[in-house]
Every structure is written in C-alpha cells, then in structure tokens.
Design a protein around this ligand. Structure first.
Ligand code: PLP
Length: 393
C-alpha cells in the first residue's frame, strides 16, 4: 500500500496547486504514457517530455522567453553559448561544404572555425566582418553553404551590416547564422533582418546575473530547429533544469535591465569622451562611431547596447593600472551581468596575439572594455574618474 506522505510521480499526482513560477523539473525522467510512446516511435521522442536530454519543462520555459524576445516561434536552450554555436554549425555543415565567416569572432568560435570544422572536411573562408564589398566578393567567389558573423565585434564594437550580408548570402543559397550575444534582442533581432539562425551566449545579458552558463539557438525554420535539437540530443549539449531556471528568472527582468544598462552606457560614453586621460571612446550610439549612419542605423538603431570600450592614454600598462584602481567595476572576464565588469583585451580575450596583430585588428593599446551594469551612471562615472587620476603627477 502506498504511504500517504510519499511523493508519487506523474499520473498519480493530483495536486491542485498552480505555481506562478515554473517549477524546476530536477528530474532526469518522466512517467511514460501512450502519447509518449507514440512520439518516441514516431519522431525519436523530439516532442514529448520523457527524458531531460530531449525535453524538460523548465528548459522549455526559458526557451519560450528567448523566442518571444526575438519574435520567433521557438528557441532551444543549450548548456553554453559554445554548445549553441558548435551544434548549429555542425548541424548545417557537412564534409565538402564551405563556410564563409567573419574574421573577427569570439576566441573559442575562432578555434571551432580554424581547428575543428576543417577536420570535419569543411572549407572555412574568412572575411573582414565590416567590409561589405569583401563579403560580397568572397560569397560570389566561394559559393558558401553557410555564412557566419557576430552583430557586434569585441572589443572594437563594430557593427556588422547584417541585411547586406544576408542579401549576398541568400543570393548564393547560403544560410546565415548570427551570434547576437553582445547586441542582445533588445538592440538587434537578426531574424527580422533576414538571418536564418541566431545563436547567443545566454551566460551574458539574457540570463544577466553572472551566475549561469547557457546558450540559445533561435530559428523560425521548423525543420532546422528539429535538426539542431537532434544534435543537442546526440552531442549532449542539453541544459540542466536548475541552470535553465536561472536563465528563465534572469529573462523576466531582461527588458528593464537592458533599458537601464543601455541608457547608462550611452551617458558614460559621453562623459568619458571629455576626460583628458581617455583618448577615444567607442560606443555604437556616438556620432564618431565608424559605422554611424550606416550599419548602426540598419542593425542597431537604438538602444545601442551596454558594451563600451575606452582607449586610454598611455597604452596597456596604464590601462592595467586604471583597472586595478576601480572600486565599483570589477576586473573580470565575461559581460552582461548586473555588475559592471572591466577587462583588457591585451591580457584576456586577445592575449594570444602580438601587439602588432592586435593593432592590425583594430585592438588598440590602452583599450579597456566595460560591460555596464546597474550601479548607476553617477557611481560608475565617479569610479572611472577616480581610477583615471594620475598618481604620478
Ligand atoms: C560573442 C560570444 N559568443 C559566444 C560566447 C561563448 O559563450 P559561453 O561562454 O556561454 O559558451 C561568448 C563568451 O564570452 C561570446 O562573448
């Protein structure tokens, strides 16, 4: 006889409590019924909730929130941004295919493009992300199957002209995949600009609290969505329910967080432009941005994001001194949290390039990247001004 106080799963569960917040379904498996067996036998179990590497209601709740932000019908939440990127590209590409990809991409994506995809027989051709003529030329010459780029580059914060690249790529019959991590759906919705797939590290602004590693794949192409889902299942990139719950919870405040951090970043950009120790401010909302009036208008018309790059007088050594003197912003890698993070490309994201290679890539000595958080414009401006003061004068 069943003991009355013991939890009984599934069909025996007759509770009339309806939670406002999605429960964390911390369960690997779900009680089976005839409908589940039918789906397992029909689609391989893609649609029913029966095993958490295939489907989990908490993970699905987070995915639905991201889909909503992109105006899409569905998304897939993965164990990391890299799981989202790698699974998408390996789903779309096969041996003998050609991928045309931006030269300026996130470091681990670069490893995937340079080290792993060629081993699988994919021909990878690189192109300057911000030269639309070069995209057109390379696409016309190489007739790619897939085209890949990032909305905003790190740390130069250049904006990729997504509609122009989409036009060239679709003309050649290629699918377009865009990493929208830095811009977020608050500033750019690549599907609305014609891209076929958006991949994002939800670790950053989407989850927004620096407490979870996660990724997202969003496409309105139902067949492609299922193909990616099949690879998440076989490659094992599924997200865990607990982590997915943190993504879901972060997404509940995405709109207000992003509105605030974008506003603060725009103000800080203007305030820092008048500081003597700052030789240059890079922010997509400023009229002196290299893509102002062009790609910025088409791709990121406003708000202009929460990433801000300062070029400091005195080079990298001086930038390191300044970062070490910050008391509000935290010296750390990553981005998109509620706290402001400061990092230096020369000793973190781009440490493996020579100084000259960095300059050639537009990563200037003295560059300091800020991911602006919720501390408020006044506190952050004061922190930066104090850190910028010369102690040797
Ligand atoms: C632009 C971009 N794409 C992808 C990733 C990878 O995301 P994750 O660390 O969640 O795997 C990162 C991480 O920093 C990133 O900055």
């Amino acid at each position: 006889m069943a003991e009355p106080n013991r939890y009984r799963p599934g069909r025996q569960h007759t509770s009339r409590t309806y939670p406002v917040i999605p429960p964390i379904y911390q369960t690997t498996t779900f009680e089976l019924d005839d409908q589940a067996y039918e789906d397992i036998q029909g689609t391989g179990g893609l649609h029913e909730t029966w095993y958490s590497r295939f489907n989990n209601p908490t993970v699905d709740a987070a995915a639905a929130e991201v889909a909503h932000l992109h105006g899409a019908s569905q998304s897939l939440v993965t164990a990391s941004g890299m799981a989202a990127i790698a699974t998408t590209l390996v789903t779309l590409l096969r041996s003998g295919d050609t991928l045309v990809a931006a030269r300026q991409v996130y470091g681990d994506t670069n490893d995937l493009l340079e080290r792993d995809l060629p081993r699988l027989g994919v021909d990878v051709v690189r192109v300057d992300a911000f030269d639309v003529d070069a995209w057109r030329d390379v696409i016309a010459t190489h007739d790619p199957d897939v085209v890949y780029g990032e909305t905003l580059s790190n740390p130069q914060l250049r904006v990729m002209d997504i509609p122009a690249v989409v036009e060239a790529a679709h003309g050649a019959g290629a699918k377009v995949v865009i990493d929208n991590t830095f811009a977020t759906p608050m500033c750019t919705r690549p599907l609305e600009l014609g891209a076929d797939v958006v991949v994002e590290s939800a670790t950053k602004f989407l989850a927004g609290h620096s407490d979870v590693v996660a990724g997202v794949v969003t496409t309105d192409d139902r067949a492609l969505h299922e193909e990616v889902q099949r690879r998440i299942i076989t490659f094992g990139g599924a997200q865990d329910a607990h982590a997915a719950f943190l993504v879901w919870r972060g997404l509940r405040t995405f709109g207000v967080r992003l509105a605030e951090v974008c506003r603060t970043a725009a103000s800080l950009a203007d305030l820092m432009a008048s500081e003597q120790e700052v030789s240059h401010v890079v922010y997509p909302g400023r009229s002196d941005h290299p893509d102002a009036g062009g790609a910025v208008e088409r791709v990121m018309p406003g708000p202009h994001g929460a990433m801000l790059t300062l070029v400091l007088e005195g080079g990298d050594e001086r930038a390191l001194q300044v970062v070490r003197r910050l008391e509000v912003a935290v010296e750390a890698t990553s981005l998109g949290g509620v706290e402001t993070l400061a990092s230096l490309p020369f000793n973190s994201s781009h440490f493996n390039m020579t100084p000259q290679q960095r300059i050639d890539a537009g990563i200037l000595p003295g560059m300091l990247r800020l991911s602006v958080g919720l501390e408020g414009e006044e506190a952050l401006a004061e922190d930066l001004r104090r850190a910028l003061q010369r102690t040797d004068a």
